[in-house]
Design a protein around this ligand. Structure first.
Ligand SMILES: Nc1ncnc2c1ncn2[C@@H]1O[C@H](COP(=O)(O)OP(=O)(O)O)[C@@H](O)[C@H]1O
Ligand SMILES: [Mg+2]
Length: 339
């Protein structure tokens, strides 16, 4: 349950609490000043436990000290004397300090984790876009030359098939490089007033060939009379295309993907509903993380880009499993950016 290091810490805290309890139980109850000093010693394991194990550590120590100290407290009880109240107050203070310490340590830890994540993501983004940038030109050259040679070959030439594969795989690599470049690019939005339904229908039209290739039907269900929305049209189109292509890739031939829009109190909602294999429980936490992919040849950057673009618009993206089959991705965007 614990790592080696954590085990040592647990042992140290247990020895400390055990030692202090021994001092209490082995010293005559009348030696009040000794006991007062020993009680102060209980703060040592509390501070260490909270620092090392956060709220959980603080609560465990608080509970175990209270339970193990209880018989001794009873032994010293004088029937609501001034000293009894003082000791009770000390106990309450101990619990309050434990909870405050636990809370503060957890909050700091969360902040630190978020900072590290943002920092490392920025570094990864930079490295990825540098690599992608260097890969872009040679890839385009390979694809271009391969196409030129392909067109010159006789239709019955046996090398045509191999060259066809080269062209196909290069196109796939170019797509990956594009995703990598998009991932690394800082999102600087250019807001314009946009007809949201038109943006959705345009994106669906762009995705239509891909759907056809996979035997998947693309449907739309657009809310009538949506107000216009201020957003960065090319970037939101990218969000739509990433979500639709994921939905198509998750579907098997014969299934359909539905793209819906509706108005909500202060923004527009977009839903991409598929009836594919769904997302396994163990992957639910990871799908928005960069480079997480369950696909052969997937970059795992699509949803990371989606999240980044939507959040820079002040919006929100989430997903849920459909009752029957597949998943629904929901994007909410405010009607206009907050100033
Ligand atoms: N509609 C969906 N249905 C099932 N799984 C999905 C869907 N959309 C995303 N996923 C899961 O999330 C992962 C990450 O998606 P994404 O970031 O777009 O990367 P990629 O498409 O390159 O794998 C996918 O590999 C897949 O496992
Ligand atoms: Mg994808």
């Amino acid at each position: 349950m614990f790592s080696n290091n954590a085990q040592k810490k647990v042992v140290l805290i247990t020895v400390m609490i055990g030692g202090i309890l021994c001092l209490h139980y082995l010293t005559f109850p009348e030696l009040r000043y000794y006991h007062a000093v020993y009680r102060m010693l209980f703060y040592m394991p509390l501070v260490l436990g909270s620092l090392w194990f956060g709220m959980k550590g603080a609560v465990y120590i608080c509970v175990s000290v209270s339970v193990l100290f209880f018989p001794h407290a009873i032994r010293q009880w004088q029937g609501f004397s001034f000293e009894d109240f003082y000791r009770l107050l000390e106990g309450v203070l101990y619990i309050l300090i434990a909870l405050t310490l636990g809370f503060l340590v957890e909050r700091e830890r969360k902040k630190q984790r978020a900072l590290v994540r943002v920092g490392s993501l920025a570094a990864v983004g930079k490295a990825v876009s540098e690599i992608a940038h260097d890969m872009k030109t040679p890839l385009m050259a390979i694809g271009g030359f391969a196409k030129q040679v392909f067109e010159k070959l006789e239709p019955d030439n046996p090398d045509r098939k191999k060259l066809g594969l080269v062209i196909q795989e290069t196109a796939h690599l170019e797509l990956m490089v594009k995703e990598m470049l998009d991932f690394g690019k800082p999102v600087e939005l250019q807001f314009t007033e946009v007809d949201f339904n038109k943006l959705v229908s345009d994106s669906v039209r762009v995705a239509q060939p891909m759907a056809k290739e996979n035997g998947v039907e693309l449907e739309t269900d657009l809310a009538p009379s949506l107000p216009s929305v201020f957003l960065d049209a090319p970037r939101v189109k990218q969000v739509l295309l990433n979500l639709i292509s994921n939905a198509i890739q998750a579907s098997t031939a014969g299934e359909y993907v539905r793209v819906c829009t509706r108005l909500n109190s202060d923004g527009v909602v977009l839903e991409v509903v598929d009836h594919g294999g769904g997302i396994a429980e163990e992957y639910r936490e990871s799908i928005f993380h960069p480079f997480f992919s369950t696909k052969r040849g997937g970059t795992g950057l699509g949803l990371g880009i989606v999240k980044k673009i939507v959040e820079t618009h002040g919006g929100d993206v989430s997903f849920r499993a459909n009752r029957e089959k597949g998943v629904t991705f929901t994007v909410w965007l405010p009607l206009r950016p907050e100033r």
